[in-house]
Design a protein around this ligand. Structure first.
Ligand SMILES: [Zn+2]
Length: 447
């Protein structure tokens, strides 16, 4: 179903008109209410009266994460803290977090865009939503919670952890929709298998996953092991949290952007020039309606592309491709640009491997060295273990070497870099639950 059909199926002309009016109003508001942004606009020689339509967007300066950090905690807020209803913060691995604020109207908007995402992913009023995103400063848990309520679902605020108990509740309550990170979806799948839960026997049908980059290989695994159709939900706390864009269950081919609230552009990461449909670059978003933290041309750092073509679900909202990586996750290895998702895609077709991996980058002398740690699938591990136990050590060793060589060759052919592959037993690598998986350890930066 479509949650807000009047907007989600609006004609392109009407959408541009709506966005243009909102953009002018938003820039005026920022100019009046956010001192550091007024200074920025004045430096660029721009007055709100210069911005009439979306075609004027490229005149405006970018806002970056460092701008939020430099004005920590509330410097870019357009409202006083008294007027806020909630504050969230993203977990910085070092230093201060990025702080975001919401008025009551912002929270209502947050619920609505997440309700659109849930409806797009197959959810309907009255269905039971098992929400296994982390509740807390992270926006995932409370965002989907509000979305479920806004849509009229029955929300189970499971949060993360205690997976054994979560699976019991999913089975006993008859959850029909699951929301969580893709890696946690697989953790739940493993627990299904351990407890002997057959997905065919339970009402679970849909999964809304996101908050970390994932691939089609992972999607196939989530779908088959949980008995669901899984869709991607994209978002970031700076813009609102989850619900910036979402895949429809009909096509599952690109995420529809809630562009009546979030105006999206793709720009060249080096020059900042706008790029046409289909070309990959950095996603830049301008919030059109948010009150507490309106952001002009926010540089998300996520690499993707846009697609304005019609979709069979009936929505006219522009679609963005699955995020390929982040500009700040991009590794330069011996002069070659490498995204973790490319490595993942390169070993995705190898049955003996599970989609849990970590990239370790180091430098010996002047040469960059890439090591890929990847877990064996449960099946492959049991096979190797059985051969070891029955003293078929040569056979087991042969199997491991074959998988390792194939993986190394696939990475070299598909990504263009040489990597040393280390195979690990299942469960060796840390799992992300509420937040985002740490998939890269760049030791070159530690020295
Ligand atoms: Zn669609």
């Amino acid at each position: 179903m479509i949650f807000e059909p009047d907007v989600e199926t609006m004609s392109r002309e009407a959408m541009i008109e709506l966005q243009s009016a909102r953009l002018h109003e938003m820039v005026s508001r920022v100019y009046e209410q956010v001192a550091p942004m007024r200074e920025r606009l004045e430096e660029a020689g721009i007055k709100p009266s210069d911005i009439h339509s979306v075609s004027d967007l490229s005149k405006l300066p970018f806002t970056k994460k460092t701008d939020l950090r430099d004005t920590y905690p509330f410097g870019l807020f357009a409202r006083s803290t008294k007027e806020l209803a909630r504050i969230h913060a993203s977990s910085g691995t070092t230093g201060k977090p990025t702080v975001v604020g919401y008025t009551r109207a912002d929270l209502e908007l947050f619920g609505k865009v997440c309700a659109r995402a849930l409806a797009g992913g197959g959810a309907e009023p009255g269905m039971i939503l098992h929400n296994a995103y982390g509740y807390g400063l992270f926006t995932g848990g409370l965002g989907f919670h509000a979305g479920g309520e806004s849509l009229g679902m029955v929300v189970v605020p499971a949060s993360t952890g205690m997976t054994e108990r979560q699976v019991m509740l999913m089975v006993d309550f008859g959850a029909q929709v699951l929301s969580c990170t893709p890696s946690y979806a697989l953790t739940i799948a493993t627990e299904f298998a351990r407890q002997g839960v057959d997905p065919e026997d339970i009402p679970l049908r849909y999964a809304l996953v996101g908050a970390e980059p994932w691939t089609e290989t992972m999607r196939a695994e989530i779908d088959s092991r949980l008995g669901v159709k899984s869709v991607n939900v994209y978002g970031l706390s700076e813009i609102i949290g989850p619900g910036v864009s979402f895949e429809c269950v009909e096509e599952r081919s690109g995420s529809h952007i809630n562009e009546d609230h979030f105006l999206a552009e793709i720009v060249d990461p080096d020059t900042g020039e706008q790029l046409p449909d289909g070309e990959e670059g950095v996603l830049v978003i301008t919030t059109l309606t948010k009150e507490a933290l309106p952001l002009i041309r926010y540089w998300t750092g996520d690499i993707t592309s846009l697609n304005h073509s019609a979709c069979s679900c009936g929505r006219t909202l522009t679609r963005m491709a699955m995020v390929k990586g982040r500009t700040d996750d991009m590794l330069i290895i011996r002069g070659i640009n490498v995204y973790p998702s490319q490595i993942e895609a390169a070993f995705g077709g190898i049955d003996e491997l599970a989609p849990y991996y970590r990239l370790l980058v180091d430098r010996t002398g002047t040469l960059d060295e890439l090591e890929v740690e990847v877990e064996l699938s449960e099946d492959a591990f049991h096979k190797v273990a059985a051969e070891f136990l029955s003293d078929e050590i040569v056979e087991a060793d042969h199997l491991l070497r074959r998988v390792r060589d194939r993986t190394q060759r696939s990475i070299r052919e598909n990504v263009g870099v040489s990597a040393k592959v280390t195979l690990l037993e299942p469960g060796k690598l840390p799992r992300s639950e509420g937040g985002k998986a740490q998939r890269v350890v760049d030791k070159r930066k530690l020295v």
